[in-house]
Design a protein around this ligand. Sequence first.
Ligand SMILES: [Zn+2]
Length: 209
Amino acid sequence: MAQKLVNVPIKVVFGPMHCEWRLTAPVEDAGLAVYTRRITGRGERKFDPWSIRAAFLGLHSTSELTRFLQTTGVFTPYDDNFRNLVEWQRLICKLMTTNPQKWPTLAERFDKRKVTQILRNSTADCSFLWASGKPCARLWASYTLRAMVLSVQVDHLRGAKFRFCMKTDCGKPYEVTSAHARLYCSQECAHHASVRRNRENRRRERQIR
Ligand SMILES: [Zn+2]
């Protein structure tokens, strides 16, 4: 018998498992930073997984990364280290534009262990919320990677499409919400890119003269 499919509103809640992160060696480049952790217990604060994902993809410096990890707690329960920020960021971006059915094939192009972590973090505890407002199904995440992976899956469920900012040092994802072609994630990036372009043009003109 065919299973009945029902549409229900979904809410994803991220309630971090706190830990202390320790940087194993002082480094300037956040991409080279390696951290180890010690779990301290569940906190009271709840976060919106979409905001956490955006914050994670926008991390540049080691100090930003340290602050992020201390706030969001355990990244994944299956690894007590955190390293390779840049590859994690690339991988999360790739998930946003890849059908979840094809996620296992990403192991051919990315670190296999990271892809395994993603697949292991792609399920969630589900409960129903009846109390306030509109009842909904609640997916619960205790770990940062799980919260982000769940938010990406829900985005795929709702058919969201993403592009990435063309400004060279940005590259942040933005949701495509209209047919109007956009190249940058924000007005700010569009403005910066146009200033940079004008400067380049003026420099080139000077060289020609
Ligand atoms: Zn941008």
